[in-house]
Design a protein around this ligand. Structure first.
Ligand SMILES: [Zn+2]
Length: 101
């Protein structure tokens, strides 16, 4: 066992844990200023722990770390909406439902 995991490491914007991307969920900030979970959207990504997605999203929303991660202001209400949205998702679900809108 080597302590250094191969491949890229990412930092959770919620709790600051450094993990392999497989243990994290990616999110992006759209041009419209919306936070969207998923690997496909282009743009600067941020990462949240998959195992504690709701907790880390809530923490990032409260501390304003989303804006730091994206280097753009993130609306507080949007951050709160996103945190509420992910808290309703199953942490084990690899396949996330599409946004309802
Ligand atoms: Zn985390």
């Amino acid at each position: 066992m080597t302590p250094r995991a191969p491949g890229p490491q990412r930092t959770c914007v919620g709790c600051g844990a450094v993990r392999h991307p497989a243990e994290l969920e990616r999110l992006v900030l759209t041009d419209a200023g919306q936070l969207v979970l998923g690997r496909r959207p282009a743009g600067r990504g941020a990462w949240l722990c998959r195992a504690s997605l709701a907790e880390c999203a809530g923490r990032a929303a409260r501390t304003g770390r989303f804006a730091r991660a994206f280097r753009r202001p993130v609306d507080r209400l949007e951050a709160a909406r996103f945190a509420a949205e992910v808290s309703s998702l199953s942490p084990a679900g690899a396949e996330l439902p599409p946004p309802t809108r």
